[in-house]
Design a binder for this molecule. Structure first.
Ligand code: ASP
Length: 340
């Protein structure tokens, strides 16, 4: 294996337009508007970290001396742990702000909290917040790169990237190349409240995949067609011929009032059972960003289906993608070519 510490970029220049060998953005607040080559750049950069993470010795010194602050104003298991592991594997000093014990609980404004973190000379901030747009607001006020770890129902960019990397890895393993064109991805569930759906839609459509979204009418955002996806109400129809089926959790914490009659009813119409999966392509891949509600949007025998379910692979790719994003966005700070 080649050393992951070969400085930049690991991504081969041939795939990118001339003169654009460096990733041109300081922050990663969303995937909307990123060019195909910019998405591929981050996916390609993550490959070296997938390799490193599979070695017994998983440590690089690339971000040694840098301080990364993770400020999560909303609950998280996978994303917080994965950003923490990512920063530590790159040799950075990683600090997790304990929001529950912080001055946020004493009424401090978001901007004042951000300015406080900024004054501590963080080299990158990873922010999760319950309000859509809050991470952009912080990014506009601070001096370091900001990574969005999920803002309300807006975007969860590293999830979109890790999902694309997971799909690409699975395609390669099956000898199907790494082209997203010709791929049909069905995303089913609470599209209305899902930042995961939005980031996946932006990422996958930009990379050339056909994306179908399926939800009960109350959980389908108005005007979703504008995002270049095909909406479905009928799950069986949405599954017909799909290569990848991505299931989403009902985001109860973002719902005010009754959006579905009952979980049982929901499962009956929109739950991924083995029988339903048979409507998709023969070897269709199954994904879920987690946390899963087994027996509601996905049955256990589907979630654990060997050779087809990529759910644990998604978690694995999450660490590599977050390492890539932290590395790429801090290059400028480290005196390397980066955002202008
Ligand atoms: N973990 C994902 C998110 O933070 C999906 C979910 O919570 O359902 O958006």
């Amino acid at each position: 294996m080649t050393s992951p510490d070969t400085h930049p970029p690991a991504a081969s220049a041939a795939r990118y337009p001339a003169g654009s060998a460096a990733f041109p953005h300081r922050d990663l607040t969303g995937l909307a508007g990123l060019a195909p080559w910019e998405l591929l750049y981050l996916l390609d950069e993550a490959e070296q970290w997938v390799e490193l993470n599979r070695q017994p010795h998983k440590r690089s010194d690339r971000l040694a001396g840098l301080t990364i602050i993770n400020a999560f104003f909303e609950n998280s298991t996978r994303t917080l742990l994965s950003f923490e592991i990512a920063g530590k594997r790159l040799g950075a000093d990683v600090v997790n702000m304990a929001v529950a014990q912080s001055s946020v609980k004493k009424g401090e404004t978001l901007i004042d909290t951000a300015m406080t973190l900024n004054a501590m000379h963080a080299d990158a901030m990873v922010i999760r917040h319950q309000s859509s747009g809050a991470v952009r607001l912080i990014a506009d006020k601070v001096d370091c790169p900001v990574l969005n770890a999920g803002d309300g129902q807006h975007e969860h960019p590293t999830q979109g990237l890790l999902d694309a990397l997971t799909i690409r890895t699975a395609l390669r393993e099956r000898g199907l190349g790494d082209d997203f064109g010709g791929l049909t991805v069905t995303i089913c569930g609470d599209i209305l409240h899902s930042r995961v759906a939005r980031s996946n839609i932006h990422c996958l459509t930009t990379l050339g995949a056909s994306v179908r979204v399926c939800a009960p009418p109350a959980l389908m955002p108005a005007g979703i067609e504008l995002l270049k996806v095909t909406p479905f109400r009928d799950f069986d129809a949405a599954l017909d011929g799909a290569d990848v089926v991505m299931m989403l959790r009902l985001q109860q914490e973002r719902m005010e009032g009754q959006f579905i009659p009952s979980p049982r009813e929901y499962r009956h119409l929109y739950g991924l059972t083995l029988d339903r999966l048979a409507k998709a392509k023969g070897e269709a891949l199954v994904m879920h960003p987690g946390p899963m509600n087994r027996g509601v949007e996905i049955d256990s025998n589907v979630a654990d289906l060997a050779g087809r379910s990529l759910i644990t692979r998604q978690v694995e790719m999450g660490v590599a993608i977050r390492m890539a994003c932290l590395d790429v966005l801090t290059r400028k700070t480290r005196g390397l070519e980066g955002w202008a």
